[in-house]
Design a protein around this ligand. Sequence first.
Ligand SMILES: Cc1cc2nc3c(=O)[nH]c(=O)nc-3n(C[C@H](O)[C@H](O)[C@H](O)COP(=O)(O)OP(=O)(O)OC[C@H]3O[C@@H](n4cnc5c(N)ncnc54)[C@H](O)[C@@H]3O)c2cc1C
Length: 436
Amino acid sequence: MSNAQNIVILGGSFAGLSVAHYFLKHILPTLPKNNGASYHVYLIDSSTHYYWRIAAPRALVGKDMIQQDKMFLPIADGFKQYDSSIFTFIQATATSMDTNARTVTIEHASNSESQTLPYHALVIATGTRTPSPLLSLQGDYKITQNALQEMRGKLSSAKTIVIAGGGPAGVETAGEIGEALNGVAGFFQSRPANPKAKITLLSGSTKLLPMLRPALAKQAEVYLNRVGVDVVHNAKMQSVDSAGAQTLIHLDNGSTLEADIYIPATGVTPNSAFVPANLKTDKGYVKTNGKTLRVDEAGPRVYAAGDVGSYTRGGVMDIYDAIPVVLTNIKRDLQHAATAGASSPSPNNNNNNNNEKQSELAGNAPGSDRTYKANLKETQLVPVGRSKGVGAVFGWKLPTLMVYMIKGRNYMIDNAVTLQRGTKWEKEDGWKPTDA
Ligand SMILES: Cc1cc2nc3c(=O)[nH]c(=O)nc-3n(C[C@H](O)[C@H](O)[C@H](O)COP(=O)(O)OP(=O)(O)OC[C@H]3O[C@@H](n4cnc5c(N)ncnc54)[C@H](O)[C@@H]3O)c2cc1C
């Protein structure tokens, strides 16, 4: 029987891919191999492909607008560089976890069969979902691919479009659809001359883009008008129902809008249905120690990374800041566990003796942890159509040309492969306890 200790990572997107590559490249080689101990990484995702959802607003208006083979990348291909004795990708959905038995149960996509996987260390990186499958994965990537395809077909004949949500996803989506259907206003014009469709964006608030200062939000609204998008403030979608081919959008101010296409971009819900209730906040995020990124109440060596964790307000920059922290603490905890003789419960033996249980519960490494500090400065880039955009980085406002060059040109699609293959994490972000 193999005595490999399972390192289980749930979710294979921005956070989960980063954790897996960083662990395999920099942490695993440093772990003590006492008495022949070894480690095996299991990366679990409901989808075979990871989705560069950042580019969704442009991809939904035209297949050739963003290279599809760069938007959906096969997870397994990025891990061919590692030996199969240390890494396995499984297309499956986590359905429950048991912090006493230290197991997660997964349902395989291929045959719907359940498997219970013991973990020595567990990273929860299952992210969030949007109401629309256009903007995030909702199972296998083909669901999203089909939704994008269907949307492109519908847009070609749509005359009325309503988008709910004044955050970046709503603004970017409205901008892309506006420019694709209505074109751009000419010089000294504020609106396109011959708009093809009436496009309405419900901000759901008094302004667009809550993370940006009012002047930038106002500028985004001007750019939206230039591609024929009307912004409606102070009205939220309350419910929707269909009337034949039309969607009726009932607003909280009592009025109703009718649309050929309705796109909800009204925020996200954490993918945490499998996580026990005591480990979740009232909004469903995994309760994470905001400094160490451990899930303290789940027992030793359980961590959260990415948008599913309560420690973050979300976003890829936050993930990139968190990865070296969570991986340093995993490394320290695993080295400590190895020294203390901890091992994961054997899948073939439910009556582990007390010594094994005790050492499994060896706990966190003593000494200083590496700590995470959220960057709360105004940072967000929001393209509005194909050549304009608003944004700020660390509190510094960026000109529209910079927003275009950094993000609006192609929604940073070339970075997708660096996560898939782990080249983003080629170097370890070094840290010594004295840095604490
Ligand atoms: C339209 C849009 C545009 C965005 N643009 C930007 C941007 O420009 N800059 C930026 O910083 N951020 C942006 N974001 C936010 C960014 O996409 C997220 O911060 C990022 O995707 C979070 O990564 P993650 O790995 O935590 O989770 P996710 O990307 O949400 O991925 C979660 C993964 O877990 C899998 N999964 C879910 N549940 C289970 C389960 N039970 N079992 C197994 N697997 C599961 C999913 O299939 C998925 O692969 C944007 C978001 C949207 C929607």
